[in-house]
Design a protein. Structure first.
Lengths: 422, 444
């Protein structure tokens, strides 16, 4: 295996990122406060470069060999469900072992371990095996990690050194939800926005200083989603009893939609397109499409067609592709028309896995570790390739960067696979 | 039927039973008029309570009029789910006493933690309701006695959630056992094993917004709120549950009583501890559970010995079955389990193993549909349910005695005919416990 050749870490800050993104031809909305977008080379933040689970401008191989896509490298990262953040040739994830969470940075190409950072953490095995559930985010040379128990850490992507660290739950008085914090941090300009408290907390990403906070009552488990409306940046949070939109600048609430899910598990991120907001949660709750209205969005349709317990569906060409059902039943993969809630197809027995859509193709990892490739179309689910790439329990959606797909299971077996055309 | 006529019916029934069985049936048959739906309420709207309520709704014979839970979120979620399932719009209550007074339910499902079963069951039957209450019946022996007494004096049906009394593989396994195919059984070993390790304390915190924690604790001591305790974890706290022996043991002890012709053991001894989980912690800052991480309880019956074991560590592949009962007979060993059905291992090495798969409702692996149907049939036909309060009381007393022996560290001599511990005033005191004011311990 070739020694890793690491690109220099690009400096953090708005200007350099802007320059970088212009060079890369990425979509960019504006400097101050805007959520940063990435490219198909990276998967620096939750749900990828467009924060949508969809990656454009890549081309995947149509078929894999019988033995599956080429395995580039494998690793073990400890117990958990944390996904990957990949930027500048580095892949970061975390796992739990021996009463510690460990953040591990790999060379994204070779899998060489570059650095590790551990901190004490509870296993948190209430009704599941426990371990880490949140996903780190990379912004420039900063890696941000929010642990289940409120540890908020900025690490240097190049060295793994701690730049700052605190417990955000203790500092803000926010209640730790029953299964700990689960949403990934969201970087917006100078702010790092967290699903902590009733409707979020913002800290200065450079210092960790709290910029604004919400009521202390319980957050749920979704990742904050940014939306620009009328030139104003908003963030939507999944809270314990509702989804809530706030102004990004000061955290002021603009709407609140009562959304009751068993055990307060509003875990799936909302999906926004234009003035439409799609919500779906599990435990039998179901889905709904709403029109952006303040102080409360108006329902367009509600249905049990999609009951998303964990990984949010992906909206692609006016259709949602996502998992329906809980881990305790035989969850299925479905395609649902966004505007109407009409089910287009259903693939039974998929389990509580996850997916991404790249170059118009679904790359799905089933709940039991089968990687499936199929065109993303409402016409039907017709896999062109399937391969058992992991065993055990796979609740973590796959990610893709530079044509390489990264998957993991709960035990922390990680595999990097060549899926894009070399 | 309004509340008063319901009460009158109960009184009539109570009197009717004095004059013999033939009179009993008629008023119950009236209750079974087609299309009539029972006014039904649920107290305790958590995971298990809703499992039972879903069966009630699926039976098509209930109108859900009230839901009671001390957590606003929990009862509101439950109300939405009921509305989704059958269109009913139940009224929501924080306090079960308000629910009983205002909704006058005919059927009440009680799925609160163990420390609440007695007061709520007694209040419900006194209000004239038929009750489906979770196992074990009481948290202490005399609560269970009081529940039985109240149930019998009200004349209502009280079914206890011992669904293993009616689960198909249990019924068939028991038939096989009683047929003599296992030979003479001299010893029974019952168990529930699982993995685990050292337990770290969790930080105490404020109860969730909208939760009446004081009422959740009710007659039991007021602990600081901790996520280890709620939801679900109270089973591992002595003030609210009785550990694995109370939670799992009662099912298997009930199977033993079902098989045996004996109603109670002569002596009970239990030992166990927390060598792996570590010492129990309860400070104003943090909490661990406090029930044993392993426990053995020996029940000496007239004609056989029954041993309970649980272990929450050293999960392994050395042991073929992790949960269930082994009946050791002269012709072989019968295992009745959970998802693994029943299996007979003949003593004759040349004879084939016999086996029947379980037929459970998933994801939670129970047979509540059958138990609920039996509850309704008992009401309709004026008979006792298959998991009637009296059988369930006898089964529930056994883990509770095991816990008294474990606490006192000595063997108990049990006079089952009088339901008294012989010659041990200290242990006898543990048949009851002090209640937190204003709650009053029920009279057995």
């Amino acid at each position: 295996m070739k020694r890793p050749t690491l690109k220099p870490i690009r400096p953090s800050g708005c200007r350099s990122t802007l320059t970088f993104l212009f060079l890369m031809g990425g979509l960019f909305i504006g400097c101050v406060g805007s959520p940063i977008r990435g490219t198909a080379q990276d998967w620096a933040f939750w749900r990828g470069p467009d924060r949508s689970g969809v990656v454009k401008g890549v081309s995947l191989t149509d078929r894999w060999p019988a033995e599956g896509p080429t395995v580039l490298w494998k690793a073990k990262v400890g117990l958990g469900f944390s996904s990957f953040a990949i930027s500048n040739g580095r892949a970061v994830t975390l796992g739990h072992a021996d009463e510690k969470d460990t953040v591990i940075c790999f060379d994204a190409v070779t899998g060489q371990e570059l650095w590790k950072h551990s901190y004490p953490a509870e296993l948190g095995d209430k009704y599941f095996e426990g371990g880490t559930t949140g996903t780190p985010v990379i912004d420039g040379d900063g890696v941000f990690v929010l642990s289940r128990w409120g540890d908020l850490i900025r690490l240097n992507l190049g060295t793994g050194a701690t730049e700052w660290s605190k417990n955000i739950a203790r500092e803000t008085g926010a209640r730790v939800p029953d299964w700990g914090f689960g949403g990934a941090p969201l970087v917006m300009g100078k702010q790092l926005i967290l699903n902590v408290g009733d409707a979020g907390v913002a800290v200065d990403k450079a210092t960790g200083n709290v910029l604004w906070k919400s009521e202390a009552s319980s957050a749920a488990y979704a990742t904050p989603v940014s939306v620009t409306r009328g030139g104003v940046l908003h963030v939507i949070f999944g809270s314990a009893r509702s989804y809530v939109a706030v102004a990004a600048a000061d955290g002021k609430e603009v709407w609140r939609l009562r959304w009751l899910t068993e055990y307060g598990v509003n875990a799936a991120d909302p999906i926004v397109q234009g003035d439409k907001i799609f919500l779906s949660t599990g435990y039998g709750k179901g889905a709904g499409l709403f029109e952006w209205k303040e102080p409360e969005p108006a329902p367009l349709w509600k249905s049990k067609v999609l009951r998303t317990q964990m990984n949010a569906a992906i909206l692609f060409e006016d259709h949602l592709y996502g998992v329906d059902g809980d881990t305790t039943e035989k969850a299925s993969l479905k395609c649902v028309e966004f505007a109407t809630g009409k089910e287009k197809w259903m693939f039974a027995g998929f389990g509580s896995g996850g997916l991404l859509i790249a170059g118009g193709q679904i790359v799905a990892l089933s709940g039991s570790g089968e990687l499936i490739l199929a065109p993303a179309t409402p016409a039907g689910f017709r896999p062109t390739s399937r391969a058992q790439v992991l065993g055990g329990k796979c609740w973590t959606a796959p990610v893709i960067a530079a044509g390489r797909v990264y998957v993991r299971n709960s035990r922390g077996d990680v595999s990097c696979l060549q899926v894009g055309k070399p | 039927m309004n509340h008063f006529s319901l009460l009158a019916r109960r009184r009539f029934l109570k009197n009717a039973t004095l004059f013999g069985g033939s009179v009993v049936a008629s008023p119950y048959i009236l209750a079974a008029e087609p299309g009539r739906k029972f006014r039904t309420a649920l107290i305790g709207c958590g995971w298990w309570g809703k499992n039972i309520l879903k069966e009630a709704i699926a039976s098509g014979r209930v109108k859900v009029v009230g839901l009671c839970d001390v957590d606003t979120h929990v009862r509101e979620v439950a109300a939405e789910q009921v509305n989704d399932l059958n269109g009913d719009s139940p009224k929501l209550y924080n306090d079960f006493r308000d629910l009983l007074a205002k909704e006058k339910p005919e059927l009440v499902i009680i799925a609160t933690p163990d420390h609440w079963h007695a007061l709520q069951t007694i209040a419900a039957v006194n209000a004239g309701a038929h009750v489906f209450v979770e196992k074990p019946t009481g948290h202490t022996v005399n609560e269970s006695r009081a529940m039985l007494r109240a149930a019998r004096s009200s004349g209502t049906v009280v079914q206890v959630g011992l669904h293993r009394r009616i689960g198909p593989h249990h019924v068939n396994g028991m038939k096989f056992l009683k047929s003599g195919a296992v030979g003479d059984v001299g010893m029974v070993r019952i168990f529930a094993h699982g993995g685990g390790g050292r337990e770290k304390p969790s930080a105490n915190m404020e109860p969730p917004q909208g939760m009446d924690w004081n009422l959740w604790c009710g007659p039991a001591p007021l602990h600081p709120f901790n996520q280890k305790l709620h939801p679900g974890g109270w089973r591992n706290f002595l003030d609210y549950g009785n550990g694995q022996l109370g939670d799992w043991g009662v099912h298997w002890l009930d199977q033993v009583l079902w098989w045996s012709e004996e109603k109670y053991p002569k002596t009970v001894f239990s030992t166990g501890g927390r060598p792996i989980a570590g010492p129990a912690v309860l400070t104003d800052r943090e909490t661990t559970s406090d029930t044993p991480d392993h426990q053995v309880a020996v029940y000496a019956f007239e004609k056989f010995t029954c041993i309970w074991e649980h272990r929450r560590f050293a999960d392994n592949r050395a042991e073929k079955h992790k949960i269930g009962a082994y009946f050791y007979g002269t012709k072989g060993t019968l295992h009745i389990g959970w998802r693994d059905g029943w299996t007979f291992y003949p003593a004759d090495g040349n004879a084939a193993t016999q086996h029947e798969d379980s037929k459970l409702q998933e994801p939670d692996g129970h047979n509540l549909t059958l138990l609920w149907a039996d509850f309704l049939a008992a009401i309709d036909q004026g008979k006792k349910g298959v998991a009637d309060i009296e059988l369930a009381h006898r089964a529930s007393v056994l883990p509770l005695l095991g816990m008294i022996s474990w606490r006192t560290g000595r063997s108990l001599t049990w006079d089952g005919s009088k339901e008294m511990i012989v010659g041990d005033p200290e242990a006898s005191r543990l048949l009851s416990r002090p209640y937190r004011a204003p709650w009053v311990y029920p009279e057995a």
